[in-house]
Ligand binder design. Structure first.
Ligand code: BT5
Length: 341
């Protein structure tokens, strides 16, 4: 079992403090109105200093709260931060996001989720961070995950699937994200097989699925999703400037992250239930429909091997079918695709 540095260093969880949750709820019930300190103390059976501490905590989490010695506390603004209480508020999913672990910073949400999965966390557990210091892509590549601007999260699943069917789980993350973005913001994301979310030739998101399997049966899987929501064009590191984009560029302005996250989780929930009942065929169909690659001539690189050919389809398990110039058709399970024409 590999060690998980993000867990070993015990990153500080945020949100999830019951006193702060209760005060946030109470203030949110009377937005823009003062709620007296006395009412809060009585209603929640708290001391003056416990209220004061919890309000301080909410402010550090980004809440705009005005405090007046005579009038009490007034909620002016909730942050657009993926805190458990804000994510749960109106979430129409029970399994996905049924348990939420949120952090200000972790190394990689996938590492934290894998460690929680080993410890037996429930199916659908969500791990989310404002920033990652060691966000990962496939084959150990780095995933740029700065604070305050993206959705960087992982979901633990315990699907009834053979390890060889894991491609469907990557599709589950990618298709759910693409659908949520299209439905909420009208932005037509495409899937660049096998795991990238693209808009007009630039990458807006990616999915990293990692598994623990035993004799070809999945024990648990972690679907890690990175999606660029509000990264301003000027803030990209040089190596990503020409290849990456974020939703705010397409939507014409900043986009609230928490409602988008909730929608992605809900889209995952319906597809996961269907996958458990009926297998991966419907998900693969959805992924195929989002993949504008069929008929294109492509170059696919994987672990030092390069293949060129025409994409002629996608197998029921999500493998790409590539026809070479010599006419043979090969099934590919992974790789980096460049579209040649
Ligand atoms: C992926 O890998 O696209 C999967 C990314 C998964 C990230 C999520 S965040 C939550 C969870 N926790 C993690 O640690 N990971 C997951 P791949 O197809 O290998 O693409 C990696 C490549 O994408 C990099 O080599 C860069 O070229 C590019 N890249 C890195 N950061 C990016 C970003 N923020 N936006 C667009 N492209 C990026």
């Amino acid at each position: 079992m590999p060690s998980h540095p993000s867990i070993a260093r015990r990153p500080v969880a945020w949100g999830g403090d019951h006193t702060a949750d209760a005060i946030a709820d109470l203030l949110a019930a009377s937005p823009a109105h003062h709620v007296s300190g006395e009412l809060i103390r009585k209603r929640l059976k708290l001391t003056r200093s416990a209220v004061w501490k919890a309000v301080g905590r909410l402010k550090r989490e980004g809440y705009g709260i005005a405090a007046s010695p005579h009038l009490g506390y007034r909620l002016d603004r909730e942050p657009d931060t993926p805190l458990p209480r804000l994510i749960r508020n109106g979430l129409r999913a029970r399994t996905i996001g049924g348990a939420i672990h949120a952090f200000r910073t972790v190394s990689s949400t996938n590492d934290t989720a894998l460690a929680l999965a080993e410890q037996g966390c429930p199916d659908g557990t969500l791990v989310i961070a404002e920033a990652q210091t060691g966000g990962r892509g496939r084959l150990g590549r780095r995933w740029h995950s700065p604070a305050g601007s993206g959705l960087w999260f992982s979901v633990v699943l315990r699907p009834k699937l053979a390890a060889s069917g894991a491609q469907a789980l990557t599709f589950l993350g990618a298709v759910a994200t693409a659908r949520a973005v299209r439905d909420l913001h009208g932005v037509p994301m495409t899937l660049k097989w096998p795991n990238d979310l693209f808009l007009e030739g630039r990458k807006m998101g990616g999915v990293l699925t990692e598994l623990s399997a035993e004799s070809d049966l999945i024990r648990h899987a972690v679907i890690g999703i990175g999606f660029n929501v509000n990264l301003p064009a000027a803030a990209w590191p040089p190596e990503l400037k020409a290849i990456a984009t974020s939703l705010q560029a397409a939507a014409g302005g900043p986009v609230p992250r928490v409602p988008l996250l909730r929608r992605i989780l809900e889209e995952m929930e319906t597809r996961y239930a269907f996958l458990q009942r009926s297998g991966p065929a419907a998900l693969v169909d959805e992924a195929r429909a989002l993949t504008p690659m069929i008929g294109k001539i492509v170059r696919i690189q994987h672990l030092g091997q390069v293949r060129e050919g025409t994409v002629v389809g996608m197998d029921p398990d999500g493998a790409l079918l590539l026809r070479s110039a010599a006419g043979t058709v090969e099934r590919l399970l992974a790789g980096d695709v460049s579209i040649l024409r």
